[in-house]
Design a protein around this ligand. Structure first.
Ligand code: ADP
Ligand code: MG
Ligand code: ZN
Length: 568
């Protein structure tokens, strides 16, 4: 049911819905594929390429941000072949232009450039081609300097526009327009006339690096404020991100997983990432006992065994691979419909990489992470000896527990990208639920005061007071009987992230133990510093509250107490 809803959402045609651009149901889609394989001799699109092509073929202005080497050129070269006519490419350097001309020539695509050293008859030939509907010239490359200086070319291009032969203007390294950018080129400012001069011709700007400042600047200089902005890199628009509260018992967890895999994701391919080799093997056994076609994969498997497991999965004999982080390199199965994290990932980078193995085919896919605080304490003992191990884990923890921020915003922040939550298109649990909830900041000083007491009570002659996280949650549970365990875990997690508490690792010959001690902010004896945490509450008037309020008052109140603060 959920999947259908998402698919419908992908089909939606609202202007800020970027997912629709990935579809392969446009009038030109079949021909696009044919050109990709037969002319460009490429097997498949890289992320974002298909979207950009669909946008420019729809005659929309487009701004595309893709990292270097990710294949920006194809985004205008392919439409140039597809739409016949002429594509004007503005590129900053003659050397870059010449590289592309050599490649295009090999592919049998007719392209040319105009610069100071172009021979006279070649100039004439090109100029004629610009207004000849039967010409095979597809791409004309120029530097902005050349364009600014040559009135003749501008005139010809105008004619070409009138004849509807000029199909697209692509501006490579478009950040050069902006003085905010790192390599501003004054000649790029001249490009501001293109939109007015060549009415109706879509403009495609391409760049690898651009901050929000630069992008806004570029759009206003080029006069393409309405351009569809597509960023590759971190955003995978077809992935639905979700964090779930991890069920308290193994049995309940298995039930959850089994119903996901055998019902919602029936006959589809997926991956479950586990914390350890042992967990992989145990979980695989338990899932198999429940009729799930699962197999495990970890670094201790012999290499032929690994190949076998991988192949079974590729051919659908196995639906789900239960794996450690060892499973990843060289995995390129396009139709992975879900990636489940059985416990928290060790870092945001890991999570992004691992969850990113879902939905490579561009169709909707799900990234589900099961969270409970105990897993953080297990993971932390694994990463605490790495230099930035704990910090990395905490950034993942922050992603997991932030209740009022779009998951994509958290990912973007981590990768230093600018991102507006409205671009998520409700493809994460936070955004999807946002209408039902309101957020507030609550004072948790009272909880911290109790926690501080508990920790200090553990004090011995040699120790300043420490307790395992699990025990701590249990003890505060006794003090705050009406507060759910999940809420208390949330309190502890927030106190750790804010530095009121911290983990302290003890190395024994057999293992590492994580204890909770007072953090730098928590030792503050004056006790005046207030601690807060953000929570979400069901909005008054939303259907859920009405249901809750229907029964007798007393009962209703109790239900709300248990239920009104929903953490995940
Ligand atoms: P950018 O301009 O983004 O730095 P390029 O357009 O120069 O990247 O492309 C980088 C390389 O990627 C080129 O060798 C190109 O042939 C290759 N490439 C582009 N698209 C694809 C694709 N869909 N599949 C495989 N290789 C591709
Ligand atoms: Mg390039
Ligand atoms: Zn979101």
């Amino acid at each position: 049911e959920k999947k259908n809803r998402l698919e419908r959402r992908l089909d939606a045609t609202t202007s800020d819905d970027h997912s629709k651009w990935e579809l392969e149901t446009y009038a030109w889609s079949q021909e696009t594929r044919r050109i990709l394989t037969e002319i460009f001799k490429l097997e498949d699109f890289r992320p974002m390429q298909r979207s950009v092509i669909n946008v420019v073929m729809s005659k929309e202005d487009c701004l595309v941000i893709m990292s270097t080497g990710s294949g920006k050129s194809l985004c205008y070269q392919l439409p140039a072949v597809l739409s016949k006519g002429i594509t004007l490419v503005v590129s900053p350097l003659i050397s870059l232009i010449e590289d592309q001309l050599i490649q295009l020539k090999k592919l049998g695509i007719e392209a040319a450039t105009l610069n100071q050293s172009t021979a006279k008859d070649e100039v004439t030939r090109i100029q004629n081609a610009l207004t000849n509907p039967n010409s095979n010239l597809r791409l004309l490359y120029v530097t902005p300097e050349k364009l600014a200086k040559s009135k003749r070319i501008m005139n010809k291009l105008e004619k070409s526009t009138e004849l509807k032969l000029l199909k697209l203007i692509a501006i490579d390294e478009v950040h050069c327009c902006s003085q905010w950018g790192h390599d501003f080129r004054p000649d790029y400012q001249f490009l501001n006339i293109l939109k007015r001069q060549f009415k109706g011709v879509p403009i495609l700007g391409l760049t690898a690096t651009a901050t929000a400042n630069v992008l806004d600047d570029v759009k206003s200089i080029l006069g393409i404020q309405g351009a569809i902005t597509l960023r590759a890199g971190f955003n995978r628009s077809n992935l639905y991100y979700e964090v779930r509260e991890k069920p308290p018992t193994n049995e309940a967890m298995l039930e959850d997983l089994t119903s996901l895999i055998n019902d919602r994701f029936r006959d589809q391919s997926g991956i479950i990432y586990c914390f350890s080799r042992k967990e992989c093997e145990d979980l695989t056994r338990d899932l198999r006992n429940r009729g799930v076609k699962a197999a495990f994969y970890h670094a201790y498997l012999e290499s032929d065994q690994r190949t076998k497991v991988h192949e079974k999965w590729l051919f659908g004999k196995v639906n789900v691979i239960v794996a450690t982080v060892a499973f990843g390199m060289g995995i390129d199965k396009p139709d992975v419909r879900y990636v489940i994290h059985h416990s928290i990932a060790k870092s945001m980078e890991n999570y992004y990489q691992e969850s990113g193995r879902a939905g490579r085919d561009g169709k909707p896919a799900f990234c589900i992470l099961y969270y409970k605080i105990g897993d953080v304490f297990r993971q932390s003992t694994m990463v605490c000896s790495e230099k930035t191990g704990t910090a990395n884990l905490y950034s993942m923890l922050s992603y997991t527990i932030r209740v009022n921020d779009c998951r994509r915003v958290c990912i973007a922040e981590h990768f230093d990208e600018t991102w507006d939550s409205s671009w998520c298109n409700k493809m994460c649990d936070v955004c999807e639920k946002s209408q039902k909830f309101e957020f507030s900041e609550v004072d948790i000083s009272e909880f911290f005061a109790e926690i501080k007491k508990i920790i200090i009570q553990q004090r011995t002659e040699t120790d300043q007071g420490r307790i395992t996280g699990g025990k701590l949650v249990e003890l505060i549970g006794k003090k705050f009987k009406n507060t759910s365990r999940v809420y208390l875990e949330q309190v502890v997690a927030n106190l750790i992230l804010q530095g009121f508490l911290q983990e302290d690792f003890h190395f024994t010959p057999y293992s590492i133990i994580s204890y909770i001690v007072l953090g730098a902010r928590g030792k503050n004896t004056s006790g005046t510093e207030k601690c807060t945490m953000k929570v979400q509450k069901v909005k008054i008037g939303s259907s859920r509250t009405e249901q809750v309020e229907a029964p007798a008052k007393k009962k209703a109140k109790k239900v709300i107490e248990d239920d009104d603060i929903i953490i995940l």
